[in-house]
Design a binder for this molecule. Structure first.
Ligand SMILES: NC(=O)c1ccc[n+]([C@@H]2O[C@H](COP(=O)([O-])OP(=O)(O)OC[C@H]3O[C@@H](n4cnc5c(N)ncnc54)[C@H](O)[C@@H]3O)[C@@H](O)[C@H]2O)c1
Length: 320
């Protein structure tokens, strides 16, 4: 059984589709705090798919939800994607990332032990590195000094999984994601831009001066890399940056791309400073040599991923 926490979220939709296409049984778990049952509609009628509405930070509830399903003989894999994806909300209230980003990890690791899971896959993030002024970072570089509660709880989660590998987990993969774009958009700058232009087609206000530069990967490529690593990496504990080959695209490029699709006559009004919000890392760059060395290379650049996702999101939101 492939158990996907955060199963009603953005990235999970593409992961679940791929797992079902490969003939796997999938159990999606989510409390719908930010996800939506709409994203699971394509799988509802699939005989190999099941969903349970459950708070994944609640060990007992998680265990009950999983025990309500016949998991079959195994091997069982846990894909732990549940987390708080609203970084601003997490900075305003530390308990959000404690519960949704960290305690969901603790409970999922305990679940892995209880069901004897063969492999644990974790959706981590470039945010665990902190602000290194755009210096390209490899997996073993540091210091690891996250500047958001979200990044802090992701780093704590990685450490908890590492400790579980020492004790009982046969194998674990840590995927450090870049900014991921595509459908179904649940959050993020690109969706904000589309919605802002729908509200006011004459003007697009951008948080920060637009010179923030981030690596972007399309969700289809991200999931492809996750599956590739999980089938190919042989160590007990595998840590991989997943990203494009370039240093990223500018936020101003994203704003112009969305503007040109949704409302070509709109003025783009940039804010001040190089940070969109507290905890925003203005220049993110990390190396993917370990991943390319394993044999997986992205086909899209950051700018190509932005252009493709902008078109997809604008038409999904009825703005193109
Ligand atoms: N999207 C990105 O750019 C990006 C970048 C780096 C890392 N990630 C990580 O990838 C994973 C998936 O992100 P996403 O973009 O799909 O976000 P998302 O918000 O769309 O999905 C996360 C899901 O987790 C669920 N969830 C949160 N707390 C929960 C809880 N206590 N119990 C049960 N379900 C809970 C939410 O309802 C949501 O459906 C997350 O762990 C995120 O931190 C995403």
């Amino acid at each position: 059984m492939e158990i996907v926490t955060g199963g009603a979220g953005f990235i999970a939709q593409t992961l679940i589709r791929r797992l079902l296409e490969e003939g796997q049984d999938v159990l999606a778990l989510d409390n719908l705090v930010r996800g939506s049952l709409d994203y699971l509609k394509p799988f509802e009628a699939h005989p190999a798919f099941a969903f349970r509405n459950v708070d994944c930070s609640d060990k007992a509830a998680l265990s009950d939800a999983v025990r309500s399903i016949d998991l079959g003989p195994g091997p069982h894999h846990i894909w732990h994607l549940a987390a708080n994806s609203d970084i601003g909300a997490g900075n305003a209230d530390m308990t959000i990332d404690l519960r949704d980003t960290f305690l969901t990890t603790v409970a999922s690791v305990e679940l892995a032990q209880a069901i004897g899971a063969a492999r644990f896959h974790f959706a981590s993030t470039s945010a665990i590195y902190g602000d290194h002024q755009g210096r390209g970072l490899a997996e073993d570089d540091g210091p690891l000094e996250p500047i958001s509660n979200y990044g802090a709880m992701k780093l704590a989660s990685e450490a908890t999984i590492r400790a579980a590998v020492e004790r009982f987990l046969p194998k674990a993969d840590i995927f450090r994601f870049p900014n991921v774009v595509g459908l179904p958009a649940t959050h993020g700058a690109m969706m904000d831009f589309v919605l802002k232009l729908k509200r006011d087609p004459s003007r697009l206000d951008v948080l920060g001066d637009g010179r923030q530069q981030k690596p972007y990967l399309h969700v289809t490529e991200l999931v492809d890399a996750m599956l590739f690593i999980s089938r190919t990496a042989q160590d007990r504990y595998n840590v991989f940056n997943i990203g494009p080959k370039d240093d990223g695209a500018l936020v101003s490029f994203m704003a112009k791309t969305v503007r040109d699709i949704v409302s070509p006559g709109a003025d783009i009004v940039f804010g001040e400073g190089d940070r969109g919000w507290v905890g925003d890392v203005p220049r993110v760059s990390f190396k993917i040599d370990r991943l390319t060395g394993l044999g997986w290379t992205p086909t899209m650049s950051s700018e190509q991923a932005v252009v493709r996702a902008a078109g997809e999101i604008a038409s999904a939101l009825g703005a193109a």
